[in-house]
Design a protein around this ligand. Structure first.
Ligand code: FNR
Length: 384
């Protein structure tokens, strides 16, 4: 077992353990992947101010997101097919988050269902909603999330239509996964993964199969998924969703200040500055670049979160200093899951927590809620 000190170590290990088509699914962005790359590299353009001789004895990472107490300002982002990185992946990741005291967000397109994750945990988790054309099914998803005790609804707004990912096409990856000879070959080189998959019954989108009308097996699921994302999704939809849900609502996928202004008036409790991890509009700004103009425009009206490109506690700290109240991590937790299962996700959270804590102290700060632009070197990019 290699020594694991940073997220990149878990990524390398996941690549060795997860079949190529599923590792690539996590590790890809749309088209040229320029936005995916910028999400990560733009964090390097922000420099922190080092301050010394401040008493660092008592430090605090605890905060609140949408009124809920959490142990650090980090949540797990919703990611489809997490249960293909590791058998029962969503249940394991939710358990790791519960132990770490942070929110886990379950994707609509997860392998394990809302009910599977609820049965595997004892604290509330968050649920991410895609708005499908079949509004009856969307209503039933909201009702199931409520019944399972989910404590926030993350409504994804940047996927009315799917961005193209070259790697998925080359790997013949379909939703839901359908086995081809190429896949069997890729899986044969990952016997540990196969063994664990053979030990679970959770192999398809269990939020959908058996719940959406007419979707009873893999082939009906494929046809249903292909035509269900709703290109007509609009700001008006927030109202009925909010009413049916009745709890904290977080709007995910805002990258433009003008959209942020509408989002702030929409009745949502928070928005997530996000470009879907560079998987939708290739060529759009990185999340961290987009953050300052959104904070300027609506920072006093709505809680602002961010995801995209966070690979360390230093990245978390930079986003907080620039005005995000909390951040989400997507790929890093998938790497942890693929590498080591639940202990891998716990390791990711431990690495990020330690890096955040030490970096905060080296900036001369003791409390994560007190970070701000005063901690950023004014010579950094994206700072006025
Ligand atoms: C995602 N993302 C995503 N978002 C969402 O709202 N619903 C989903 O089902 C998915 N699925 C998904 C799968 C995979 C493999 C990835 C990598 C991402 C986007 C995700 O929530 C988040 O916005 C990004 O992952 C954040 O970027 P990082 O942390 O991965 O760089």
């Amino acid at each position: 077992m290699p020594t694991i000190v940073e997220i990149a170590d878990l990524k390398k290990l996941a690549q060795k353990r997860v079949p190529k088509m599923f590792f690539d699914y996590a590790d890809s962005g749309s088209w040229t992947e320029s936005t995916y790359r910028a999400n990560e590299s733009d964090f390097q353009k922000i420099m922190l101010r080092q301050r010394v001789a401040v008493d660092m004895t008592n430090r605090n990472l605890k905060t609140q997101l949408v009124g809920q107490n959490i142990s650090m300002p980090v949540a797990i982002a919703p990611t489809g097919l997490a249960g293909m990185q590791h058998a029962d992946g969503e249940m394991l990741a939710a358990q790791a988050c519960e132990e770490a005291g942070i929110p886990y967000t379950l994707s609509t397109m997860s392998i394990c269902s809302i009910e599977d994750v609820a049965a595997a945990t004892s604290q509330p988790f968050w649920f991410q909603l895609y708005v499908m054309k079949d509004r009856g099914f969307v209503n039933s998803l909201i009702d199931r999330a409520k019944a399972a005790g989910c404590s926030a609804l993350v409504l994804t707004f940047d996927l009315q239509i799917l961005g193209q990912r070259h790697k998925d096409i080359r790997n013949q990856l379909s939703a839901p996964p359908r086995l081809t000879p190429k896949h069997l070959l890729q899986m044969a080189t990952r016997p540990g993964w196969c063994l664990k998959m053979a030990g679970t019954k959770r192999h398809d989108f269990r939020n959908i199969v058996g719940h959406a009308p007419g979707v009873t097996d893999l082939s009906s699921l494929g046809a249903w998924t292909a035509e269900q994302f709703d290109p007509k999704l609009s700001w008006e939809d927030i109202e009925w969703i909010k009413e049916r849900w009745g709890g904290p609502l977080i709007l995910k996928g805002i990258l433009d200040p003008d959209d942020a202004a509408i989002a702030a008036q929409s009745g949502a409790d928070a928005l997530i500055v996000s470009n879907h991890g560079g998987r939708q509009l290739d060529g759009a700004r990185s999340s961290i670049q987009a953050l300052p103009s959104i904070v300027d425009k609506v920072g006093d009206q709505i809680e602002i979160h961010l995801d995209g490109g966070i690979r360390s506690g230093q990245d978390v700290l930079k986003a907080l200093c620039m005005g995000a109240k909390g951040v989400y991590i997507g790929r890093p937790y998938l790497y942890g899951l693929g590498a080591l299962g639940k202990p891998g996700v716990s390791k990711v959270l431990e690495i990020i927590r330690n890096e955040l804590d030490i970096t905060m102290a080296l900036c001369g700060e003791r409390d994560v809620t007190q970070l701000g632009l005063h901690n950023i070197d004014p010579a950094s990019e994206f700072i006025k």
